[in-house]
Design a protein around this ligand. Structure first.
Ligand code: FAD
Ligand code: DLZ
Ligand code: SF4
Length: 509
């Protein structure tokens, strides 16, 4: 029986399971630009334009490959703007009575598909997503009976299972992880290659015009737009990363420099997450570069760990712990987001730089997300719901399955330690060491009191004091609490007063 093959906006892969299960001869492929998906959170304008353009290019490529494709544009006057309405309309339009799709990436959409399955008039076949190394079921088996879920042990299992960077059952080089080699501060004498840019073609130009009008009130800049929008272009970004940046990826992984949003990072997350690239392509390309002697082991292992380790781990965790995971708030953080998350207007130069780059490019690299914006959100006690909403809106690679564990688990410790063994809280020293931001700041990391004192300094201690009841027993925080204990009451009071005044100023109660 012929079928409607539903391809969602983050399933743009030629070998996606739903296409593999279908037939070019008899089936119809449906892709639809939907207001509900573009604005269930107000996604960055660039993210919407990127996805719509990638969807249109993919639809065109599928047609050229012989598939019958039905593409519903945003401005189609009959567009219902949700998956259910568009699937129903397409079934009726093509006189089909069943749907094939691929397991969605988000819990909310899976619930919708389960709803379809409960209807007699809507038979739907959900194929497993074949674009990951580890299925949610395999992850659940690995997690079973473990007190703590730690990425490092999961990653080693996947290294063993796949044989990646392995020799005779042992990690190549003798170590599993080379992170200790990967913490060099930025070095202005090492030139950073320009990010791969593409000219806007007619499809992207049309989509940008549409987004500028229809999503004018959304966050972010549409220009400059230079993202890849086809598989071939995404592959070019990957190849250029391997050739020009991978060798330094590990060494400068944590480094931040003013005006250099991409540093030595790959900027392929957008493409991996919507299907223009597969994780296997990226991992294999890095492995091959290592075999050819084009990049050192600390860089290659570091890059592969992000994809084979972290990316797979957070996905497994998401499916294992949803929907409860979303509601967790271990530290009972309730503060609203300060306005400057949206406007970038703050005197704290590190935040200002990271917010400005986010606004312009719908991108910030990992350490900016973790140690600057994330660390600030943790120390300031911002609510997990508000922070998660923000991250989902502003990054072009953001989808709940990967954003939520990073925000809730890695950054805010809202899951109480399911993902991380301790909160990634830090004062100003790390930012000062790993960036050039402090030299251009109104505040100073050296000053502890007065108007010029860096807020990270006092907020850090205030955070530890505020959460003493929950964190003191954490074995990894023992030494820090010993320093806290040595502080005079007067000093502690001063920290509290400074912190309260600062927090009241950024989000008045
Ligand atoms: P690179 O640094 O070049 O790394 C290569 C790839 O490894 C990335 O493209 C990504 O696919 C993967 N990767 C690296 N770190 C992680 C991680 N912690 N979790 C999962 N995959 C990882 N990543 C997203 O893809 N979507 C998100 O919505 C997202 N939200 C984040 C929110 C916070 C608070 C933090 C701390 C991290 C978040 N990350 C997210 C992870 C990471 O920051 C981005 O994947 C990375 O910055 C993307 O840039 P890149 O492609 O240049 O990555
Ligand atoms: C993120 C996104 C956006 C902005 N727009 C669309 C869209 O118009 N049509 C579509 O099929 N998908 C879109 N997406 C991606 C979906 O939100 C994503 O596929 C679901 O969250 C699946 O889990
Ligand atoms: Fe950020 Fe503090 Fe440095 Fe300013 S002084 S850039 S606020 S860490």
């Amino acid at each position: 029986m012929s079928a409607l093959i539903l391809i969602m906006g983050d399933q743009l892969s030629f070998d996606i399971a739903a296409l593999k299960a279908g037939s070019k001869e008899t089936d119809v492929v449906l892709l639809a630009e939907l207001r509900d998906e573009a604005s269930y959170v107000q996604h960055h304008k660039k993210k919407i334009a990127f996805l719509f353009s990638a969807m249109r290019h993919f639809a065109k490529a599928l047609s050229e490959a012989g598939w019958k494709v039905d593409y519903v544009k945003l401005d189609d006057k009959n567009n219902t703007h949700h998956f259910t309405g568009e699937a129903e309309r397409a079934l009726s339009r093509h006189q089909l009575s069943r749907v094939i799709t691929t397991h969605p990436s988000e819990y909310r959409v899976l619930q919708m598909l389960k709803d379809w399955q409960s209807r007699a008039d809507f038979p739907v076949e959900i194929q497993d997503d074949n674009r990951f190394y580890c299925s949610p079921e395999e992850f659940a088996v690995w997690a079973e009976g473990r007190k703590q879920l730690r990425m490092e042990f999961f990653y080693r299992e996947l290294r063993r299972k796949t044989g990646i960077l392995m020799q005779d059952d042992k990690p190549i080089g003798g170590q599993w992880n080379y992170d200790s080699d990967n913490r060099k501060p930025p070095d202005s004498s090492v030139p950073i290659p320009a990010a791969t840019h593409f000219e806007i073609d007619d499809i992207t130009a049309e989509v940008c015009k549409l987004v500028e009008i229809e999503f004018a009130h959304h966050y972010g800049d549409l220009e400059p737009f230079f993202f890849a929008v086809t598989h071939a272009q995404a592959e070019q970004v990957l190849n250029q990363f391997i050739a020009e940046r991978l060798a330094h990826f590990g060494t400068y992984q944590d480094a931040m420099r003013t005006g250099e949003p991409f540093m030595f990072h790959s900027h392929i997350g957008f493409y991996l997450n919507c299907g223009l690239l597969s994780p296997m392509q990226a991992v294999d390309a890095a492995h091959e570069a290592y075999n050819k002697g084009l990049a050192p082991l600390n860089s290659v292992e570091g890059f592969i760990r992000q994809i084979l380790g972290w990316r797979e781990f957070v996905r497994g965790l998401y499916w294992l712990k949803m929907p409860e995971y979303k509601a967790l708030n271990f530290l009972q953080a309730e503060r609203d987001l300060p306005e400057f998350f949206w406007t970038s207007q703050t005197d704290m130069n590190c935040l200002h730089q990271c917010f400005s780059e986010t606004q312009r490019h719908a991108y910030a690299h990992h350490i900016q997300r973790l140690m600057v914006i994330g660390n600030f959100s943790l120390l300031a006690g911002l609510s997990p719901e508000a922070v998660s909403h923000w991250y989902l809106c502003v990054y072009a690679d953001a989808y709940e399955w990967v954003e939520l564990p990073n925000v809730s688990g890695m950054v805010l410790f809202a899951d109480g330690g399911i993902l991380a063994s301790k909160p990634y809280a830090a004062g100003s020293a790390y930012i000062d060491r790993m960036s050039d931001y402090c030299s251009g700041c109104k505040y100073s990391p050296k000053e502890k009191n007065g108007d010029r004192a860096c807020p990270f300094g006092y907020l850090y201690w205030d955070f530890l004091g505020r959460h003493e009841d929950k964190l003191r027993t954490n074995p990894r925080l023992g030494m820090i609490y010993r320093s806290w204990d040595k502080m005079s009451d007067e000093k502690k009071q001063q920290i509290t007063t400074q912190s309260r005044a600062f927090l009241e100023k950024i989000t008045p109660s």
